[in-house]
Design a protein around this ligand. Structure first.
Ligand code: NAD
Ligand code: TYD
Length: 343
């Protein structure tokens, strides 16, 4: 039997695929290799003759029913973990179409195939963003969903569709909602890698609005360990929050990065805010804790290691930043720098 990891060439999916392979599991990755997908993320696994035997890669779209069914019938899949998604909020604000296709329709195609082939476990990787912003308490799994940007709304669609397949067809679905991930191999469009790499290049760090938005950071290895734990100990039909227990103001995270790299705080610039920007994400993780799991990596330690990784792997991110990214960055940030500069 094999595990199918969709989106396994992306940031979190590649860490999870490596984890499965190192446990000796036969691992099949299906990934469209969008701008965010990168097989270099799994180079160590592919280049090693021992681990490469356990690994098979299909380039393709989760919306492609024929391909998905072909993989199910060829590869003897008993578990599917779906990481495949369009994942960046700012891109969803500029253009939401791909998000609806992959994060909703793609989930539907995977669920249908999983049902047809009667697989044993379907893990849908959702996000804390489906809850929307919190004004007071941390969110519990039973709280209402109030997604406030197209990315979050499309993820909420996939999340609830997966749940409906459990209720309606008893497909063994589990849904996880993690907080903001950080760690090696994260695409430089995201906050932490963008700020690290801009600082390394002595470029401006564009902080949205007043920078007092709060995110709860979880290291990608902690997140993958939690998913692994939930595959063994979680109950079908349930939702599990996965938080890092590291709520930080964005401005403080930016200062930490600059201090660690011994760069001046003058590189930080307050720029025009993101439309519909959620002020604070916070998760109550007592449900997962009661099963016996909690995050281990302290944010400041994990962030120091992550900064070191980006210092040591400049060719990895420079290749990305010199490609399609140039056009994206100019389009996305030009108008922001023309906006109000806050104190
Ligand atoms: P990512 O953008 O780095 O990776 C996504 C991967 O999916 C890429 O390899 C891409 O090529 C692939 N993909 C996109 N569309 C596809 C399609 N139609 N068919 C097949 N493959 C496709 O994203 P990530 O940060 O690794 O996030 C992975 C998952 O975790 C996503 O579902 C995301 O919503 C969720 N999540 C992310 C975070 C975070 O902080 N990054 C937090 C919580 C949940
Ligand atoms: P991001 O990494 O896009 O994740 P998410 O929107 O899913 O939380 O952003 C994290 C936080 O950083 C969010 O509050 C927006 C902020 N941010 C900036 O201030 N500047 C930036 O250039 C980016 C990309 C994000």
């Amino acid at each position: 039997m094999a595990i199918l990891i969709t989106g396994g060439a992306g940031f979190i999916g590649s860490h999870f695929a490596r984890r499965m392979i190192h446990q000796g599991k036969r691992t099949v990755v299906l990934d469209k290799l969008t701008y965010a997908g990168n097989l270099e993320n799994l180079k160590d696994v592919v280049d090693n003759s021992k681990t490469s035997q356990l690994f098979k890669f299909y380039k393709g779209d989760i919306c492609n029913q024929e391909l998905v069914e072909h993989i199910f019938s060829e590869e003897d899949i008993d578990t599917l973990v779906n990481f495949a998604a369009e994942s960046h909020v700012d891109r969803s604000i500029s253009s939401a179409g791909n998000f609806i296709d992959t994060d909703m329709k793609g989930v539907f195609v995977l669920l249908e195939a999983a049902r047809r082939f009667s697989i044993k476990k379907f893990i849908q990787i959702s996000t804390d963003e489906v809850y929307g912003t919190t004004h007071k308490d941390a969110f519990r799994e039973t709280d209402a969903l109030n997604p406030s940007n197209p990315y979050a709304a499309s993820k909420a669609g996939g999340d609830r569709l997966a749940y409906a397949y459990w209720v309606t067809y008893e497909l063994p679905v589990i849904i996880t909602r993690a907080s903001n991930n950080y760690g090696p191999n994260q695409h430089p469009e995201k906050f932490i890698p963008l700020f690290i790499t801009n600082a390394l290049e002595d470029k401006v760090l564009p902080l949205y609005g007043d920078g007092r938005q709060v995110r709860d950071w979880i290291h990608v290895e902690d997140h993958c360990a939690a998913i692994d734990f939930i595959m063994d100990h979680g109950k079908d039909g349930e939702v599990y929050n996965i938080g890092g227990g590291n709520e930080r103001y964005n401005v403080d995270t930016a200062h930490f990065i600059l201090d660690e790299l011994r760069k001046s705080h003058s590189l930080l610039e307050h720029v025009k805010d993101r439309a519909g920007h959620d002020r604070r994400y916070a998760l109550d993780c007592s449900k997962l804790k009661s099963l016996g799991w909690k995050a281990q990596i302290k944010f400041e330690n994990g962030l120091k290691d992550t900064i070191q990784w980006y210092e040591d792997n400049q060719s990895w991110w420079k290749r990305i930043k010199n490609g399609e990214f140039v056009e994206y960055y100019n389009k996305q940030y030009k108008h922001r720098f023309a906006g109000t500069v806050l104190p």
